[in-house]
Design a protein around this ligand. Structure first.
Ligand code: TTP
Length: 394
């Protein structure tokens, strides 16, 4: 079974983090986001992976090469992002039988993908409390009879999560769809045609996360860090304390006086301490530095980033090569206890989280004693001045 993985998206809702890394390559535990999808596809029995790439395509190619976990890998290029059907259509030359299509930025439980691979045609269906923002299925006795996009009055609570097992003839249908009202060639229109002509099984997805916005990257790390098996291969000082599920990769250093509460991952080349407090779920990327008197909680620190002295950073995402000046403090909670808002594509939106700190784009630098308010986004390369209180995006 060939698995087509859609990874050409730019990830505009994830900016500024995606200014240096394409969304599928953002770090989720010990591998890029899209590698979790690829791993699940391999575990489900994929005999070829076809990545559809576009934005920053080389980052994806360099990671997966020509073979991944013993499975041959091919690439198809989508130059313009004209929609998910358009993206999958780019992979047509690699398809010769029934095939699976998966979003490269969604996490699924592995059992669901195994069931999806077994049944053709089939589609992943996930149950949500409020289906209105999604494509919602009508389901009769386990068979999908219809899909309706963003309905006011949803026919069920089971929604589309971008996992499809299509029959061979659907490869041609990928290029036969019309543009939708929002101007894209949508794979759900192909699915609608498959539903109209075949019996399509609804495969229950027990756990799913679409990773589109920065706080969802935190949630993805919370999920996948919790699944890592504890192993300590780096250098840990005898006066450091590691509690719970913790991975210290080879080449990482944890100095005296550090307390780490899992789940936490300290990647190779990273250096933590002395005297730092790292609370789960925290990801400390390759060659990052977390120094004296720093407390990190539920935070993603991407590679080459420094938080060297006397800082608190909670529920935040720090992009690559960020530097926080001594004493930089992050607020992650509102006094009124309401969900923290942040900026996505220039609009203020609720994260739905009572606790959310900041998003720092690649190469952002704060000066000493900077205070960053909850929900603030620092753009790539942004700077602050000493003692500044940053209440709005920079
Ligand atoms: P989206 O999340 O809708 O798009 P995106 O990844 O570009 O993110 P944003 O909306 O923040 O800009 O895409 C769903 C999946 O399909 C995702 O895995 C990317 C992929 N995709 C393509 O490969 N090509 C496309 O033209 C589109 C629209 C999406």
């Amino acid at each position: 079974m060939h698995a087509v993985i859609l990874a050409a998206g730019e990830g505009t809702r994830m900016r500024p983090l995606t200014e240096s890394i394409p969304k599928p390559m953002l770090p989720v535990a010990d591998r890029p986001l899209v590698a979790h999808t690829a791993d699940a596809a391999v575990a489900a029995g994929a005999d070829r992976l076809v990545f559809v790439v576009g934005y920053e395509a080389d980052r994806v190619r360099d990671h997966f090469g020509e073979s991944y976990r013993g499975v041959p890998v091919a690439y198809a290029t989508q130059d313009q992002q004209l929609g998910t059907a358009h993206a999958a259509a780019a992979a047509r030359e690699h398809l010769d039988d029934d095939f699976v299509v998966l979003n490269g930025d969604d996490l699924y439980d592995e059992d669901a993908l195994a069931a999806l691979f077994e049944r053709c045609p089939s589609v992943g269906a996930y149950t949500v409390d409020d289906p209105r923002p999604y494509g919602v299925f009508s389901i009769d006795d386990g068979q999908v009879t219809d899909i309706v996009e963003k309905p006011e009055d949803p026919p069920s609570s089971r929604v589309n999560v971008g996992a499809y097992h299509f029959p061979a003839e659907a490869a041609d249908w990928l290029i036969e769809v019309d543009r939708s009202d929002r101007g894209e060639y949508e794979i759900t229109d192909v699915l609608a045609r498959v539903i109209a002509t075949h019996d399509v099984s609804a495969v229950p997805v027990r756990r799913w996360l679409g990773v589109g916005r920065p706080w969802e990257l935190l949630e993805a790390n919370e999920w996948k860090l919790a699944e890592l098996d504890r192993h300590v291969d780096g250098e840990v000082h005898e006066r450091a304390e590691l509690r719970g599920s913790i991975v210290v990769e080879v080449g990482a250093t944890v100095d005296a006086g550090v307390v780490v509460e899992g789940p936490a991952l300290i990647r190779s080349g990273a250096d933590v301490g002395p005297n730092a407090y790292v609370r789960g779920a925290t990801h400390i990327g390759k060659n990052a530095h977390v120094g004296n008197g720093v407390e990190l909680k539920n935070t993603v620190v991407m590679q080459e980033t420094n938080v060297p002295h006397l800082s608190y950073v909670g529920d935040s995402v720090l992009g690559e090569r960020v530097n926080l000046g001594a004493g930089t403090q992050v607020a992650n909670l509102r006094h009124d206890g309401e969900p923290v808002e942040t900026t996505v594509k220039s609009e203020r939106v609720s994260t739905g989280r009572r606790k959310f700190g900041v998003v720092a784009g690649p190469d952002a630098k704060t000066a000493i004693n900077t205070s960053l308010n909850a929900g603030v986004v620092l753009s790539a390369g942004a700077t602050t001045t000493p003692g500044e209180s940053v209440l709005r995006d920079r």
